[in-house]
Design a protein around this ligand. Structure first.
Ligand SMILES: Nc1ncnc2c1ncn2[C@@H]1O[C@H](COP(=O)(O)OP(=O)(O)OP(=O)(O)O)[C@@H](O)[C@H]1O
Ligand SMILES: [Mg+2]
Length: 262
C-alpha cells in the first residue's frame, strides 16, 4: 500500500491491517517513545563505532612497527610457564593487567624494564589491546624506526612529511607505546642526537596535557626499555625523562629474574 494511503487510515484500520499481515504494531505512546529512544541509541552507537574504527585504521597505518609488520599480543597469550620463575612471570602479567585496567579510567605513564626477549613488548601490546577493546585509540612506535625515519628526513622531502605526520599522531593517540626506548643511544649509551631529543620532548610534553576542568591527564604512554635509569639519564635530557618516566613505583614493571625466551 502507498505511504500516503497508509497515513490516512484510522488507528483501528491500521491495527486491523497490521494483524492481517502479522505485524506487531506499537500504539502505546510510552512504547513509541521507548522505541524511538532505543533506535536513536543504536544509531549513535553505530556512528561512534564507525568513527572509532576509522580513527584506528589511521593509527594502525601510521604506526611504526619494528620490521614493518604489525604484531599483536593479548593477555590471553601470556604464558607464564615459558619462564623458569613461573610465579614471577604470573605476577608481572598481573601487574600489567591491572595497570591496563586502571588505564581505562586514568591516564599515566608505564615503563616496562628488562633484558631482551623477556616479553616486555608482548605485555605492552596486550595493554594496547585492552585499551583498544574499550575504544581508546592506540599507536605503536618503534623508537629505532622513528629515529631512522627522522635521520632520513634530513635530506628526503617525503620522509620529512612522514615525520610530521607520525609526530602529530604520536601526540594525539590515547595510548602510545614507545617501544625499545633507549636503543637509539647505541650500545655505549651515549647521548642521543639533538634532533631526536627535541622531537621526543615535543611529543612527551604534548602527552602530559591535563583536562582544564578536572585536572586529569588525557593521554597515557607506555615505554619498554632494555636500559637502566642511569643509562637513560646518560642518553636523554632530564626534561624528557621527567615527562616519560612514571612517577609512581607501581607503574614501573621490572622484568626481574626473567629469561630470554625468544
Ligand atoms: N610469557 C610469554 N608468553 C608467550 N610468549 C612470550 C612470552 N614471553 C615472550 N614471549 C614471546 O617471545 C618473543 C620475545 O618477546 P618480546 O618481543 O615481548 O620481548 P622483549 O622483552 O620486548 O625483547 P626486546 O627487549 O629484545 O625487545 C615474542 O615472540 C613473544 O611473543
Ligand atoms: Mg621488545
Amino acid at each position: 500500500m502507498e505511504a500516503a494511503k497508509l497515513l490516512s487510515l484510522s488507528k483501528d484500520s491500521l491495527r486491523q491491517l497490521a494483524v492481517e499481515h502479522g505485524v506487531e504494531l506499537i500504539t502505546d505512546e510510552e512504547q513509541i517513545k521507548e522505541f524511538k529512544e532505543k533506535r536513536e541509541k543504536e544509531w549513535h552507537k553505530k556512528l561512534t563505532d564507525n568513527l572509532f574504527q576509522k580513527k584506528m585504521r589511521f593509527f594502525d597505518s601510521i604506526s611504526l612497527w619494528s620490521g614493518d609488520e604489525k604484531i599483536e599480543f593479548t593477555f590471553n597469550d601470556w604464558d607464564a610457564t615459558k619462564q623458569k620463575d613461573v610465579q614471577q612471570a604470573k605476577d608481572i602479567g598481573n601487574q600489567c593487567f591491572l595497570l591496563a585496567k586502571k588505564m581505562l579510567t586514568d591516564n599515566f605513564n608505564v615503563m616496562l624494564m628488562g633484558k631482551p626477549g623477556t616479553g616486555k613488548t608482548s605485555l605492552a601490546l596486550a595493554m594496547l589491546d585492552a585499551a583498544h577493546k574499550k575504544n581508546k585509540t592506540t599507536m605503536f612506535v618503534s623508537t629505532m624506526a622513528f629515529s631512522l625515519l627522522l635521520k632520513k628526513s634530513f635530506n628526503d622531502k617525503n620522509a620529512k612529511f612522514q615525520v610530521e605526520k607520525v609526530s602529530n599522531a604520536m601526540k594525539r593517540a590515547d595510548v602510545l607505546l614507545l617501544d625499545d626506548f633507549g636503543t637509539e643511544g647505541g650500545m655505549d649509551g651515549s647521548p642521543v642526537y639533538n634532533e631526536l631529543q627535541s622531537r621526543l620532548f615535543d611529543i612527551a610534553d604534548a602527552r602530559i596535557i591535563k583536562d582544564k576542568k578536572t585536572g586529569k591527564r588525557l593521554k597515557s604512554t607506555i615505554l619498554t626499555t632494555n636500559n637502566s635509569f642511569q643509562q637513560l639519564q646518560g642518553m636523554y635530557n632530564e626534561k624528557i625523562l621527567s615527562r616519560l618516566i612514571p612517577h609512581e613505583s607501581d607503574q614501573i614493571v621490572a622484568f626481574k629474574n626473567m629469561e630470554d625466551v625468544r
